[in-house]
Design a protein around this ligand. Structure first.
Ligand code: ADP
Ligand code: MG
Length: 337
């Protein structure tokens, strides 16, 4: 075969392999867009574990009529314009490829009304074919309706698990983003039934709602800083730990991340007080200057790289270890060295 440039839809379908591995991944991207748009109320409706339908409605800043098509275009974003922006990025999104990827592998309807628009507009896209914007009715904000995920990529569809499993991943995604954004109200429905309703609240109240009262009763508050590096949140009392790793939530500058280094630092901090078969539960919010962390490591953006990974490891280890070895009173940790 001779060399050729691939058609746009195919490029997006290939990219979708990394960004949208399952319904929960599409949902994460959509929710991050709502959060980036400053939404304070987000409604999620799923059908059949998100496979049949993922619909998210927000009250964020919306998209202008003439930008609806752009929003669905690959590498089109309103969030960065230069390499300097990328290095300081504070928004959850910045790659400009989530909507285009989703639109390449599902039937999508995007409706939106900007804050000072007279009414809403909506477009549909299927297999790369985009409709003209049509007038629609809705309050300010955006609704995206994603149907029949992977309808045109059968190989990917085969990897979907049972509806209940896909739903569980979606619910986990909502819970995680809800933990990091207590100021935002979330509603999650599945097959027409409300599963989760979270009102805007304090961080502590949100943790109680999402992680459960048992976690809250058995936790120690963390609050430590070293220069611009800061950690706050909650870790479990050693006596209440279980074998499960499901309740390990780490957010870096508001972004949920999976990071081996952080998991390791925490495991080490518990080493002397926890049987090796048990795992600590925690919900930790780490903040540091945006240029001290690289979030552009993988398209799914759950992997990050710290500029000073050893420093971060030591800081976390000491902040938590010190709490665990102190008499168990549940008081906040003093400033870390
Ligand atoms: P990114 O988030 O990386 O910019 P996306 O493909 O996820 O890329 O979204 C493309 C663009 O569409 C965003 O930059 C934003 O301008 C717009 N957009 C998407 N979703 C929303 C939303 N819910 N509210 C307002 N604007 C949105
Ligand atoms: Mg995005």
């Amino acid at each position: 075969m001779s060399i050729r440039v691939l058609p746009d839809v195919l490029i997006s379908q290939i990219a979708a392999g990394e960004v949208v591995e399952r319904p929960a991944a599409a949902l994460k991207e959509i929710l991050e867009n709502s959060l980036d748009a400053g939404a304070t109320d987000i409604q999620v409706d799923l059908e059949q574990g998100g496979i049949k339908r993922i619909r998210v409605a927000d009250n964020g800043s919306g998209i202008a009529r003439d930008e609806l098509a752009l929003a669905l275009t690959r590498h089109a974003t309103s969030k960065i314009a230069s390499l300097a922006d990328l290095e300081q990025v504070a928004s959850l999104g910045f790659r400009g490829e989530a909507l285009a990827s989703i639109a390449a592998i599902a039937r999508v309807q995007l409706g939106s009304r900007g804050t000072d628009a007279e009414h809403a507009w909506e477009v549909r896209i299927e297999g790369g074919r985009l409709s003209e914007p049509a007038p629609a009715a809705r309050a300010a904000g955006t609704t995206i309706d994603i149907q029949d995920l992977f309808f045109n990529t059968p190989a990917r569809r085969k990897f979907l698990k049972a509806e209940a499993t896909e739903y569980a991943h979606c619910a986990e995604t909502v819970r995680r983003l809800a933990l990091a954004n207590p100021q935002v109200a979330f509603t999650l429905s599945h097959n027409g039934r409300v599963q989760l309703r979270l009102n805007a609240d304090s961080a502590a109240a949100r943790v109680r709602q999402v992680m459960g009262e048992a976690f809250e009763r058995n936790t120690i508050a963390v609050d430590a800083a070293a220069g611009a590096l800061r950690v706050s949140g909650w870790v479990i009392r050693p006596g209440a730990a279980t074998a499960s790793r499901d309740s390990q939530h780490v957010f870096v500058n508001g972004r949920y991340v999976r990071d081996k280094l952080i998991v390791h630092a925490l495991k080490e901090a518990y080493r002397d007080v926890l049987h090796h078969q048990l795992n600590p539960a925690y919900c930790l919010f780490i903040s540091l200057p945006p240029d001290a962390v690289d979030v552009n490591v993988h398209p799914a953006k759950t992997e990050i790289r710290f500029r000073d990974s050893r420093g971060v490891h030591q800081f976390l280890f000491h902040a938590v270890e010190r709490l665990l070895s102190a008499p168990v009173t549940g008081c906040a940790v003093p400033e870390a060295a």
